[in-house]
Design a protein around this ligand. Structure first.
Ligand code: UD1
Length: 434
């Protein structure tokens, strides 16, 4: 079982290169299943979630090979319908994109219910509503999702999402791309990775319009052809290094980013007194000698991203004054605050609100990564604490951050990954969502 050992007190300095966006990659890899031809996809992040999806594709019969560290060739020309490999599917939330992709290509999908971090109830009712509107019979039984297009192929429909959902928006776009006729998704999510999925599909011959607005129109086509595409940089990975630079009082140039996608994070960091300078495809973050408190409310894009909430929570422990976080997306995303309290943080949580009394000195402690972004928050706290912090369950972190330890070490952090036998004897970890 891998753990991170962090000796705090080192400010981060230098440059870091951001990898491709996890939440785009985990939809684009399943989308390749719909392509009748060869896709070259650049900027694939080397993380366990993408490894898992590529393994699933291979088990379904796709030919997959890496052309270099971050570029893959996927050929799904000869893939024929079969049930998705359940043991792998249940380990990642993004496996839900196989429902849309398989329904679109084969008119049928049988998958497991997706796994996921426990941020409260995480239903997929809006995905199911969308697939049903497109003409599929969808049944959830014994942890499986069975979906079949009633007449063998989906048909375009008008779908109003009751909740702004990233996953449902992307899944319906996938299913609709090869449906007959026009689909209109209203109250769609607007995250940059939704635009990225639409751009990928369009470059393979789909006709998706309006991605990035709350109304997405998909004119179904008969076939998608092969092509080349490069995934956008990861907004949350970039934001995490921005917060890490601010929290440690360092100075870091964060390269390969789209500064527009980082605007709300940059704005919040500036409120703390941190200097953020934007360049064409990089941002420079200079930590302040003393941080000011801030309040945040997480919301769907372009609001403050819920995935940046735990790293910001760690930063707020260091800022002078009382900061308030309101979680506007999930019911239960404050479990990590229990871990921060072990390090001396003063945090009160009431439902979806956390009140953080900042300005306390954090001290190293053994803590857990409760999920992917919570794990990143623990690492940031550990780098700012006095003494040694041991972060356990780092397999969560490795789902979403490429070479996290290597990149932090290159910036001057005193962090090591050690591998120790798992005393519980369990090798079957359910990985989480984000
Ligand atoms: C995606 C991201 C995750 C991010 C989240 C919000 C991936 C793989 N994960 O997760 O990193 O935290 O967006 O930006 O891209 N909901 C329903 N019914 C549904 C679907 C969602 O009620 O059918 C609710 C959820 O419980 C949640 C809210 O809608 O409260 C938003 O969820 P959603 O945007 O769907 O998140 P995910 O796609 O799961």
């Amino acid at each position: 079982m891998e753990k991170y050992i962090i000796n705090g007190g080192k400010a981060l300095h230098g440059e870091v290169e951001i990898s491709g966006a996890k939440n785009a990659a985990v939809a684009i890899i399943p989308a390749a299943l719909m392509v009748d031809g060869v896709c070259h996809i650049e900027n694939i992040p080397q993380i366990s979630d993408t490894d898992m999806l590529l393994t699933i594709l291979k088990e379904l019969g796709a030919k997959v090979r890496f052309l270099n560290k971050s570029t893959i060739e996927i050929d799904c020309t000869h893939v024929r319908y079969q049930d998705a490999p359940y043991d792998l599917m249940r380990k990642i939330r993004a496996s839900y994109y196989l429902i849309g992709a398989m329904l679109g290509r084969f008119g049928s999908a049988k998958t497991t219910m997706p796994g996921g971090c426990n941020f409260g109830v995480r239903p997929i009712d809006q995905h199911i509503k969308g697939m049903t509107a497109l003409g599929a019979d969808v049944d959830v039984k014994n942890g499986f999702v069975y979906a079949d297009a009633r007449d063998g192929r989906l048909h375009g429909a008008r779908i109003y999402l009751d909740k702004v959902s990233v996953g449902a928006t992307m899944n319906i776009i996938l299913a609709a791309a090869l449906a007959q006729g026009r689909t209109i998704i209203e109250n769609a999510a607007r995250e940059p990775h939704i635009v990225d999925l639409a751009n990928f599909l369009n470059s393979m011959g789909a006709d998706v319009r309006g991605a990035g607005t709350d109304t997405v129109k998909v004119n179904g086509v008969d076939r998608l052809h092969g092509g080349s595409y490069a995934i956008i940089p990861d907004q949350i990975e970039a934001g995490t290094y921005m917060v890490a630079a601010a929290a440690t009082g360092g100075e870091v140039l964060i390269k390969n980013v789209i500064p527009r996608h980082l605007e709300c994070i940059s704005a919040k960091l500036r409120e703390t007194g941190t200097i953020v300078q934007e360049y064409e495809d990089s941002v420079l973050v200079k930590g302040a000698s003393s941080l000011r408190k801030v309040n945040i409310k997480t919301l769907p894009y372009p609001g403050f991203p819920t995935d940046m909430q735990p790293p910001m929570g760690a930063l707020m422990c260091l800022a002078n004054g009382t900061s308030v976080i309101t979680e506007g997306v999930y019911d239960n995303r404050f479990k990590y605050t229990n871990e921060l309290r072990k390090m001396g943080a003063e945090i009160q949580v009431d439902g979806r609100v956390a009140v953080i009394e900042g300005g306390k000195r954090l001290t190293g402690a053994p803590v857990h990564a409760c999920d992917l972004r919570a794990g990143a928050a623990m690492v940031i706290a550990g780098m700012c604490a006095t003494g040694t912090t041991v972060v356990e369950d780092v397999h969560y972190i490795e789902r979403g951050y490429e070479n996290f330890v290597g990149k932090l070490k290159a910036l001057g952090a005193d962090i090591e990954c050690v591998d120790e036998p798992d005393e519980s004897g369990s090798s079957d970890k359910i990985v989480c969502v984000c």
